[in-house]
Design a protein around this ligand. Structure first.
Ligand code: ADP
Ligand code: ASP
Ligand code: MG
Length: 465
């Protein structure tokens, strides 16, 4: 292997001791050319979201100072432990510069009293911008030449869809090759995950959990041989270990299977991570920072046939089910397209769709945070016209996706899925039409999620072994 991208998640860089461990892992596993991507220290991005929201609602300025003091304590104390003695003063000064910038933007938001997606991205950027200098310093302490870059400095340029930006791949490829590639011979650059910039250089973010995506983007534009996602579990597991304790590591997954799992809520990978890797055919490996002897999960394009029909079960919470109904919809062309256009204009992300055969209703699943915008958009679109009568919603649902390439061409899987779910006493609210052949997904009440996941895990995975 010649060129490797390694990404470390929040828990992996969550303390001085952990950052030091990361530096050792990089030293041990580095390829001749290696790029490191880092997340913010664990919990920091959540805290930044929280303070930004509170500031916009108008809290006292002293709370801002308290928050900045908390960030100072966390990052400065870590700096003291991870850096070489002689580098500590400069590293501290760098952290102070970032913190004073953070303080100014928070005070600015408090004056304006409004938090735009653009200013939120700016605030969130400090998590990774404070972590990357620490990781880079820890590498230098291990005797590795290193400096750090923000995603934008490294060359990642996105559209201006703040909070959920997508890379503009041709510009990104050109810039990353210009900035990062020449450094690879004698250094290991550390790049902030999650954050990038638009063409004007404004800070954007790739969506929560987006550091995985950063690693994949860099891997793809630099033609890396592999992309490794170092996290806090042994790999991609057969289901969410927080819900089902029997969850086990999956050794090999295809790109499509991994994509479906990530898309439907397996938090271990950001949903867009696989796309750039798949385009270039780059293997992605998910491994455990705290158990590096475990080989983790390998994600590749083609896979030998296995006897496993179902590989994994994912659970996506925090979603809402919208139901659009009205007899006026029957036989009227174009209703569905008006629904989608109205939602797209409001940048509502549609996760699942199904239309009853009677045509008198369309069900849509969206993220919980989008539900108000979605309902308003739909009511406005159809207001007055005698087509859609009701736009109802249920905010407490979950999507369960049963994933496995072996389901393709195997009869009776759906029957087994729904029998297992019914036997667990769980009611199915909606089933998606036309989802890919490697996935059966459906919607249930949020409170039934763990029960359904356990029943399916038992039926398809535990029983098999
Ligand atoms: P990181 O900070 O390293 O990016 P995340 O918290 O984003 O880590 O993702 C890892 C977590 O994802 C695990 O600790 C686990 O609780 C959760 N998770 C949910 N579903 C799965 C799954 N199918 N396989 C592995 N982990 C999962
Ligand atoms: N720090 C960001 C988040 O918490 C990105 C990441 O961890 O991947 O969402
Ligand atoms: Mg993550």
């Amino acid at each position: 292997m010649k060129r490797l991208v390694m990404k470390f998640g929040g828990t992996s860089v969550g303390s001085a001791e952990r950052i030091a461990r990361v530096a050792k892992l990089v030293k041990e596993f580095a390829a001749p050319e290696t790029i490191v991507v880092t997340s913010a220290m664990s919990g920091v991005t959540d805290r930044l979201v929280e303070i930004a929201e509170r500031v916009a609602q108008g809290i006292e300025e002293e709370h801002i100072h308290e928050f900045v003091a908390y960030m100072r304590e966390k990052h400065i104390s870590t700096a003291q432990d991870v850096a070489r003695e002689e580098e500590i003063p400069e590293l501290k000064a760098e952290i102070e510069r970032l913190l004073s910038e953070l303080e100014k933007i928070l005070v600015g938001i408090s004056y304006v009293g409004e938090l735009t997606p653009r200013s939120l991205d700016y605030v969130l950027s400090f998590g990774e911008r404070l972590a990357a200098p620490l990781v880079s310093a820890a590498l230098r302490k291990e005797g590795i030449n290193s400096r750090w870059y923000t995603g934008y400095e490294a060359g990642i340029v996105t559209d201006s869809n703040f909070g959920r930006a997508s890379p503009i791949m041709d510009i990104t490829e050109e810039r990353v090759r210009e900035v990062i590639e020449p450094r690879l011979k004698d250094t290991i650059p550390v790049v902030t995950g999650f954050i990038a910039g638009n063409e004007k250089g404004r800070i954007t973010t790739l969506g929560r959990g987006g550091s995985d995506y950063t690693a994949a983007i860099l891997g793809a534009v630099l033609d890396a041989d592999e992309i490794w996602i170092w996290t806090d579990v042994d790999g991609i597991l057969t289901t969410d270990p927080r819900l089902v304790k029997e969850a086990r590591v999956i050794e090999v997954l295809s790109y499509i299977e991994a994509m479906e799992l990530a898309y439907f809520g397996a938090k271990v990978l950001h949903p867009k991570t696989i796309e750039p890797a798949m385009e270039k055919g780059i293997p992605v490996r998910v491994r455990n920072t705290f158990n590096p002897s475990c080989e983790g999960t390998l994600i590749v394009s083609e896979q030998e046939k296995t006897s496993d029909i179902v590989k994994a079960i994912s659970v996506m919470k925090n979603v809402a089910l919208l139901n659009i109904s009205g007899v006026g919809m029957i036989g009227l062309p174009g209703v569905a397209s008006r629904v989608f256009t109205a939602l797209a204009q409001q940048k509502v992300n549609i996760l699942m769709i199904s239309q009853g055969s009677s045509e008198a209703n369309i069900s849509i699943v969206v993220e919980k945070g989008d539900v108000e915008r979605a309902v308003d958009a739909l009511r406005e679109e159809f207001l007055g016209a005698n087509i859609v009568k009701h736009v109802q919603y249920n905010e407490d649902v979950a999507i369960i996706a049963v994933v496995g390439a072996g389901m393709r061409g195997t009869r009776g899987v759906a029957a087994r899925v729904f029998t297992a779910v019914a036997n667990a006493g769980v009611n199915v609210l909606m089933i998606a039409q036309g989802s890919s052949e490697v996935n059966i997904s459906f919607v249930i009440a949020g409170e039934d999620a763990a029960k359904a996941a356990r029943a399916l895990h038992e039926e398809f995975i535990t029983k098999r072994h």
